[in-house]
Design a protein around this ligand. Sequence first.
Ligand code: CTP
Length: 402
Amino acid sequence: MITFPRGRQVVLGVGAGIAAYKACDLLRRLQDDGFEVTVVPTSSSLNFVGKATWEALSGQEVKTEVWEGTQSVSHVALADAADLVVIAPATADLIARIASGRADDLLTTTVLATTSPVLIVPSMHPGMYLNLATQANLETLNARGFHILEPDTGRLTGKDSGIGRFPETARIIGKVREIKERAARLKGRKVVVTTGGTMESIDPVRFIGNRSSGRQGLAIAFEALREGAEVTVISGITEEYELSGIKRIDVKTAEEMQNVLEVEMKDADALVMAAAVADARPDKFAAEKINKGELSEISLVKNPDILAGATKVKKSNQIFVGFAAETGDGIREKGLKKLHNKGVDLLYVTDVSHGKVFGETETSGVLLSKRGAEWGFTSADKFEVGRRIVAEVIEELGLVNG
Ligand code: CTP
């Protein structure tokens, strides 16, 4: 069974304010909204809510410093994987540190390293919030593209009241949804992904096919969904999976795949041809099982090259991604040749020597672009490769926002 990451990733940064206890509820509601939350508290915030609480609520290890447990997730990996960073509560000191580009704990280092949107939820005493220093820091962050949610006005922890209250959880969640919506770079775009192997029947029992679990194509479909795309998966023979949000069309043969693809490509913005298409099929299907004594040879006819056919009618604003599975030396060079011969914008060439890759969660290979850029992967998670491919499709479509 192919499984998918539980949801989009949020880093919840917690500053040392009394409102830290309210962030426990925020964490829960983010989880309800489908986010997988990694909590990164500042060390002084642990005076308000301790590590054990965060670990129990998030189900994940909690660290405050860059040098803690470096064998697990590093700040860079955390920054890369995050779809969004939410800092709630953000104290005056934490805001000052972020505004001045400091990287003196795990949270500020992650914020500095991420390219994902960051939402700051300031919460502090009105005197500190309205202080010109804090206001100037917030302005700096605003100018740098950080999202800032103005605090509520009302009763504070002590007897006084004013601006600085931690907003109601629902308001923060509303803002998170708004940011995610805006950050979905493939919203309104259609991506077609073929995946799995085709199956060409010889008789009711036997078939010719290519090895493929469908994992890589599905990882790409998943990442495209995350970016808000309308995703059609033309699914050959794969391991079992369930991926909600896609339009799934199951096919068996190369011809069926080609027919469906022709229709689906008419209004598509991108095609990811990850399927392992059988290059040939038996020239005739035997309705009755062939006796093994008579099974000395099977005559074959060539299957259509689906990608080549699609390339012939490719519109100039459509982006195509091809795949190649190679063995032996010069994998990259073989890939480069195919990139040009196939007329695709991007091509992922993977090393399948000795049956590697098939059915595994990891892959090694090189993503090549017709512009000459390339990205190498060694035993990388297929979702990581998927993320890179989708990012490059977005780039090729000219949809990169600042
Ligand atoms: N492909 C296709 N139709 C086929 C065969 C392959 O669309 N009948 C697509 C695959 O989905 C993949 C790419 O073409 O994106 C692979 O290219 P191809 O040249 O077929 O690779 P190989 O089968 O490895 O080719 P060769 O045996 O010539 O090396």
